[in-house]
Design a protein around this ligand. Structure first.
Ligand code: HEC
Ligand code: HEC
Length: 425
């Protein structure tokens, strides 16, 4: 009897409670998906701060693009674009986008960890609640104009990614880094002395291309994306503003061209200048890849009429099997010639077909085998390249060529030398 009564009592007590919990449960979740949206997602939409997407997307897309002013419309918009997995909301594509991490640059992941975690937990919680609500799940489709999404097409979004920009950085700047690295690479002997005298900002060049690019982008004073040619990264080595390293660029030399090209590329991307895929520059797939080296080449005793002119050497390798010179140059370099100091000397940048065996080897270590080589020399006698940084050397600038035996031992003390008098047409 006692047991029956207590059973009844608990039954009477529990049933309404269960009923209450269940009915309040549905109401709660409806209310709370809207609450979570209002408290944790809408602030992302309203904030002036960029979302974690900027770690990899410099322009073209942001988490804000996917958010509409109400919870319900945002959910329907994401659902209609296939970004929500209704049955396993934790596997939704929008969460994959938020949780993208950089495999090459863990440092950048850390920088964005806080905003990413906040976005990810807010979206996961909100989606979980939305997906349990049959009314939301089955709400009618939005019309295409009501969908919230980036205004730029996928091609533009891809182009504005940091990994694409890093490729451009490796191609344009990293292959020319020998012009600056002695003084500017963080931790080198020379660098440590200069840091002591001038401060930490001298160490803008880091161990890898990715770290260096990230530093240059974050350290806003070195790049002027509104006036690319006024960037300190160009003005200092041009000595248009005082530079502790002296004049390291001539406007129009390969170093200036590379740095300027990348700064222009970066500036157009962050200024969101590309709207349609047809606005994007054509990529030159045949362009040779550049590799910075510690191999020095010297033309001894240049004639008076080359004095102070920009001089470019291109080096070709003898192909012993085909019994002819290779058709593409294997190395290139340029710099001002000096008759007074009786020399033109510089490190060479090695050139290889993209994705070739050579390119893979030089990625590890840039070296040239000893053997028979040909050097072609061009001199910018009229200052044409200095007037137009995009101009290239032409046939009329060709002053001659010479065959030579190159042993290409690395280092300043082991230069490969050719007498300028041997350069003939
Ligand atoms: C760690 C780097 C990284 C982060 C952070 C990142 N993405 Fe991406 N995103 C990529 C990569 C890489 C691709 C190309 C994926 C592919 O090709 O499969 C991509 C592609 C995309 C695309 C599709 C365009 C295409 O290439 O097909 C969209 C849209 C997108 N991301 C949006 C976002 C949004 C929104 C965020 C922030 C919530 C974000 N991404 C955060 C690296 C990232
Ligand atoms: C011989 C050493 C040396 C070489 C080589 C050199 N620099 Fe410098 N650079 C310095 C010194 C010293 C400073 C610090 C004093 C100053 O700001 O001028 C400096 C400062 C700079 C700064 C200012 C950094 C900042 O955040 O304030 C930039 C930019 C720069 N150099 C660019 C270059 C570039 C680009 C090259 C290669 C083309 C280069 N430098 C080659 C010695 C050098």
């Amino acid at each position: 009897m006692n047991r029956t009564r207590s059973f009844l009592a608990s039954f009477l007590f529990f049933v309404p409670t269960i009923f209450l919990v269940v009915s309040r449960g549905i109401g709660d979740e409806k209310a709370s998906s809207a609450n979570v949206f209002e408290q944790r997602i809408l602030p992302i939409f309203k904030s002036d701060e960029p979302s974690s997407c900027v770690q990899c997307h410099l322009a073209g897309v942001d988490l804000k693009n996917y958010i509409r002013p109400s919870s319900e419309e945002t959910f329907r918009s994401l659902r209609d674009q296939g970004l929500v997995n209704l049955d396993q909301p934790e596997k939704s594509k929008i969460l994959t986008l938020i949780n993208m991490k950089d495999t090459d640059n863990p440092g950048a992941n850390l920088l964005h960890a806080k905003s990413r975690d906040a976005e990810a937990t807010a979206f996961a919680e909100w989606l979980r609640l939305c997906c349990r609500d049959p009314k939301l799940r089955n709400a009618p489709k939005l019309s295409p104009v009501e969908l919230a999404k980036p205004s730029r097409p996928n091609e533009v979004i891809r182009f504005a990614r940091t990994d694409r920009l890093l490729e451009s950085f490796e191609q344009n700047i990293w292959g020319q880094r020998h012009r600056c690295m002695g003084c500017h690479t963080e931790g080198s002997e020379q660098n440590r002395k200069l840091v002591e005298k001038n401060g930490d900002q001298v160490s803008w060049m880091k161990k890898s291309a990715a770290e260096t690019m990230t530093y240059l982008i974050r350290t806003k004073h070195l790049i002027d994306s509104d006036n690319p040619e006024k960037s300190l990264l160009l003005l200092k080595p041009l000595k248009e503003v005082e530079h502790g390293g002296g004049k390291k660029f001539l406007k129009g030399d390969l170093g200036y061209k590379g740095y300027r090209q990348w700064i222009e590329d970066y500036s157009k991307v962050v200024s969101d200048e590309y709207a349609k895929s047809s606005d994007l520059p054509k990529t030159d797939r045949k362009r040779l890849r550049e590799f910075s080296s510690d191999l020095w080449f010297k033309l001894a005793n240049p004639p008076q009429d080359w004095d102070e002119k920009l001089l470019q050497v291109t080096v070709y390798r003898w192909d012993d099997r085909a019994k002819k010179w290779e058709s593409s140059p294997i190395a290139i370099s340029d710099r001002q010639a000096s008759a007074k100091f009786k020399t033109w000397q510089h490190t060479v940048t090695l050139l290889a077909e993209p994705n070739s065996k050579r390119a893979a080897e030089w990625q590890r270590s840039a070296a040239l085998a000893p053997g028979k080589y040909l050097v072609k020399v061009h001199v910018d006698r009229n200052g044409r390249l200095l007037d137009d940084w995009k101009a290239e050397m032409r046939d009329e600038d060709f002053v001659g060529q010479a065959e030579f035996q190159g042993d290409w031992r690395p280092g300043y003390g082991a230069m490969t030398v050719v007498e300028a008098a041997k350069i003939r047409k």
